[in-house]
Write a protein that binds this ligand. Structure first.
Ligand SMILES: [Zn+2]
Length: 663
């Protein structure tokens, strides 16, 4: 999902004014006031368990790592009058676990929109949540009409099932055997698409027709893993998804006036496109510049679509954990080729209404999509899907494999930002399939981190962001008094804290690790290895911590503990400058203090009377024994000024005590 950062930027502007009004104070001794306890931060017991055959101590999947698999074949149609999806899904489920499975749990996420749901009960009585509205009169949810066992390709007996809120349990007559059990289940269902579906699915009304952004639209299997067994947390709105991998095929019947884009490759272009559209579609596959497949003028021309009642569009995607699609008669459609490092090509494509067209708007959406995917493929891991579809919708920003929904009113930098963010999710959680329902930071935070680099890279820095002052960021954003630790489920965090706890803070934490603690080479090597090792798998937070520590060769328990598990704050200070033997010729002793619960490496910059500027870097280990530390500087003349963290790289809450000046 996407978080608007406007309010934080306004906050920054205010912070700058306040700070510039302060003068650098003269440092004074602050002994005895520190909240810091090195035993708490550097305690040796960090991992709750030793590595095992499923998840190795090195952070790699263990030699007996397993996960189950779910393949889906979905046939569905849209009734435009009723905004209703009617579908039938055949789920082929394979049990690779060492356990016998007497039942299977499924996600019925649409049941959130039943007015009696748990999530609906959590919506605020006054005001509005991003995820819903207590005043809503829309009563949605799945209607399940049949649940049957499939054998030899045919539905046979009914399977007894229980629905509880957004979960459904299939009680199997015969348990699935450990390691080899497999079953195919057919579920017939329908539901009415909510106009506003927690900012993840919805219907946008435009002058030329509705845009349907269709997601969470079929029953999906819950993950059964070695950590938790069945992961059955209900869908309440804030927490996202945890899904199994497999191959998905969708056969979608919509009015013939519609254009459909979806996760995966369009398999029957010749059946659903006009000859001219087909020609342009194929031309786009070889073009580095954007090719219009259906122009704004053609949207009003009935000849731009086949003259029949409906069209059936077929798509397929492999190694994916989900499938989403969008359909509308209002779509302008364009596309261009994406070049991948291996030499493979795939397709970037955008659909949007006339209201969103133009070079300041969605006219560049395909260029942004292509730019983002080429960049991430080069930096981290090659984009694995045949198509990347960008859809203008009433969803602010939401990701699915091979397709994203972005706000139809987004423009220029904003449209680049949301496109880049949503396609960044291809890597987290589409390729690296972490548990979003519990650990939002493992997809949103990691994605926010890779976004910062992509923003700098796109079109020679067209949307490069200004350098962040991390001291102000710490004081006014990350460590405000109401902040919460990132290791909380999105459902438990205050809604206003989700942007900081799950996006900004973990994003910054990885930047800090890369820029200040490990360096680019060690960090990038370890991060790429984590992606490679856990592609299409389910890493836990500890698998991530272990991966980075092992590949970078660094015990980072203090960092994970302080920044991720706890919400420890940082305040580095300088309290004293003395000359050895009271003579500047002998060198200086600088006393620095660590005043809050977190510790970080220290960068000291000092300026001598004659104007020489030098730096001294100290590792975090100086804080292993004390909250106050003396540093010798080999100067031969008096000092004019000493500053800790002169570049404002560390999350120091209080810049005011970082500078010493000679009287
Ligand atoms: Zn996101």
């Amino acid at each position: 999902m996407f978080k608007k950062l406007v309010s934080f930027i306004a906050f920054f502007a205010l912070a700058v004014i306040q700070l510039s009004a302060q003068t650098a104070p003269t440092a004074a001794p602050i002994e005895g006031k520190s909240k810091y306890d090195q035993h708490a931060l550097f305690g040796p017991l960090f991992y709750p368990n030793a590595g095992n055959e499923f998840r190795a101590a090195s952070g790699e999947p263990g030699h007996a790592y397993w996960q189950n698999r779910a393949d889906y074949k979905i046939t569905a149609s849209l009734n435009e009058e009723k905004n209703e999806i009617t579908g039938s899904v055949v789920i082929s489920y394979k049990n690779n676990s060492p356990q016998e499975l007497p039942f299977i749990w499924l996600q019925l996420d649409q049941n959130l929109y039943d007015l009696q749901s748990r999530g609906q009960a959590k919506m605020p009585a006054t005001g509005r949540s991003r995820y819903g509205d207590a005043k809503s009169t829309f009563s949605g949810g799945y209607k399940i009409t049949a649940v049957q066992l499939v054998s030899a390709g045919k539905p046979t007996e009914n399977i007894p099932y229980v629905i509880n809120d957004t979960r459904m349990q299939l009680r199997l007559a015969k348990a699935l055997s450990a390691r080899t059990g497999a079953v195919s289940v057919k579920i017939d269902y329908s539901y009415v698409i909510p106009e506003y579906g927690s900012d993840r699915t919805g219907i946008l009304k435009t002058k030329k027709g509705n845009i349907y952004a269709v997601a969470q639209w079929y029953p999906r299997v819950c993950v059964f893993d070695d950590l938790q067994g069945w992961n059955t947390l209900p869908y309440l709105g804030a927490s996202e998804f945890y899904l199994e991998y497999g191959d998905l095929e969708a056969t979608l019947t919509v009015p013939a006036s519609h254009i459909v884009v979806a996760s995966g490759e369009l398999l029957n272009a010749q059946e659903v496109l006009t000859p001219i559209q087909l020609k342009r579609f194929n031309q786009a596959k070889g073009s580095d510049t954007t090719v219009t497949i259906r122009s704004e003028a053609e949207v009003s021309d009935p000849a731009s679509r086949p003259a029949k009642a409906t069209c059936t569009w077929k798509f397929s995607i492999s190694n994916a954990r989900d499938f989403a699609w969008a359909t509308s008669k209002s779509f302008i459609w364009d596309a261009a080729k994406i070049n991948l490092p291996s030499g493979k090509k795939c397709l970037a494509t955008s659909v949007y209404p006339a209201e969103s067209a133009g070079v300041k708007g969605w006219g560049r959406a395909t260029e942004y999509t292509k730019g983002s995917i080429e960049n991430y493929s080069k930096r981290w891991f090659e984009f694995p899907y045949p198509v990347a579809s960008n859809v203008a919708s009433n969803v602010g920003g939401m990701e699915y494999p091979g397709i994203v929904f972005c706000g139809s009113t987004a423009k220029t930098e904003g449209l680049f930002g949301v496109t880049d963010h949503e396609f960044g999710h291809t890597w987290f959680p589409m390729i690296v399939g972490s548990n979003e329902r519990k650990y939002g930071w493992m997809d949103e935070g990691f994605n926010t981190f890779i976004n910062t680099l992509a923003g700098d890279d796109f079109n020679k820095g067209e949307y490069k962001s200004a350098k962040t002052d991390w001291h102000q960021y710490a004081k006014y954003v990350i460590f405000v008094p109401t902040s919460e630790a990132m290791l909380n489920t999105p459902d438990v965090l205050q809604e206003r804290n989700i942007g900081v706890a799950l996006y900004m803070k973990p994003g910054y934490a990885l930047t800090l690790l890369r820029e200040q603690i490990l360096g680019h080479d060690r960090f990038d090597y370890a991060f790429k290895k984590y992606i490679r090792d856990w592609k299409y798998k389910h890493p836990s937070p500890y698998d991530f911590f272990r991966s980075i520590e092992n590949a970078a060769g660094e015990d980072l328990a203090w960092f994970w503990r302080g920044m991720f598990l706890e919400n420890y704050k940082l305040d580095q200070a300088i309290s004293k400058v003395d000359y050895i033997g009271n003579d500047a010729k002998n060198g200086a002793i600088i006393t620095i203090d660590n005043l809050d619960q977190l510790a970080m490496p220290v960068v000291i910059e000092y300026t001598t009377k004659s104007g020489k500027v030098e730096r001294k870097n100290l590792p975090v280990e100086i804080w292993q024994n004390n909250s106050s530390w003396k540093v010798k500087l080999n100067t031969t003349e008096e000092l004019q000024k000493v500053v800790i963290d002169p570049d404002h790289s560390f999350p120091d809450m209080n810049s005011a005590n970082n500078t010493w000046k000679a009287n």
